[in-house]
Write a protein that binds this ligand. Structure first.
Ligand code: ZN
Length: 269
């Protein structure tokens, strides 16, 4: 992907000419938000003055250079009042099915989703003539209202901008909630791990400690010189001693027998 600033630069000349603040901010945010989800767009149209619209209307009609590109004369398009923008996918062009970021959602649909979230109406929703690359903010004003000189009020514009900012604040909040959740999950997992390690250590300590029941047994074995090492501590050691005793190998008879064999010379038992 190109850098965001490069993508922004492609739309800057058009966006900077948009007089309506909400539409201008909306266009800037749209480029950035689409970029953040892997879709690069260029704003191809913003403000089109009535003169520009008239000469565009003449194209293919009174001026026979190129095809007819619009059905709107000057004053018949929201572009003429700085209330509309058009876009194109930098990769994918006007292919509405193109999925350049391979997320299973057509890039075009992603752009439409973002634009609507920002408060734009989409030309693709129109019943009679669908204008798929077109978004507008009408502020409840018809083209007739606008031709008559009505304009969105500063309160309306401020409200539209606040709505866009609130959307991003809400998203930022959602993100911090998500982060907090992840942190608690991590903390919980770490605590569980620490507790398991503590249990292991406890078990190990228990195995290393001398059990009380082994005291007499070990004293007896030392007395008989069956234990000659000073390394005679621990649960394992005590268990071995107990096994030895249980097997009968510590009986008087056996020990005597063993002593006799040793006295004759160690020829084996
Ligand atoms: Zn348009």
């Amino acid at each position: 992907m190109a850098a965001l600033t490069e993508v922004q630069a492609k739309s800057a000349p058009i966006i900077s000419r948009i007089e309506n603040e909400a539409v201008r901010i909306g266009a800037l945010k749209l480029v950035e938000r689409c970029y953040n989800r892997g879709v690069e767009i260029r704003i191809t149209q913003g403000l089109r003055t009535i003169e520009e619209q008239n000469s565009l209307y003449a194209q293919g009609r009174t001026i026979f250079t190129g095809p007819i590109v619009t059905n709107a004369r000057g004053g018949q398009s929201y572009h003429n009042f700085s209330l509309a923008i058009d876009f194109v996918l930098i990769r994918g062009g006007y292919d509405m099915k193109y999925d350049g970021d391979c997320d299973g959602i057509a890039d075009w649909v992603e752009v439409v989703t973002e634009a609507k979230a920002l408060g734009f109406a989409w030309g693709g929703d129109w019943k009679s003539f669908k204008d798929n690359p077109h978004f507008e903010m009408t502020f409840g004003l018809s083209l007739a209202d606008l031709r008559a000189g009505k304009r969105p009020t500063s309160t309306q514009i401020l409200k539209a901008v606040s709505k866009m900012n609130a959307l991003e604040e809400k998203e930022a909040q959602g993100m911090s909630v998500e982060l907090e959740k992840k942190f608690y999950e991590f903390k919980k997992a770490t605590e569980a791990q620490l507790k398991a390690q503590e249990e292991d250590i406890k078990a190990l300590k228990k195995r290393a400690a001398m059990p009380e029941w082994a005291d007499d047994l070990l004293s007896e074995m030392k007395l008989r010189k069956l234990i000659t090492t000073s390394n005679d501590k621990g649960y394992e050691f005590s268990t071995m001693a107990q096994m030895l005793k249980n097997s009968g190998l510590l009986s008087e008879a056996f020990l005597k027998h063993a002593a006799d064999i040793n006295a004759k010379g160690s020829k084996g038992i």
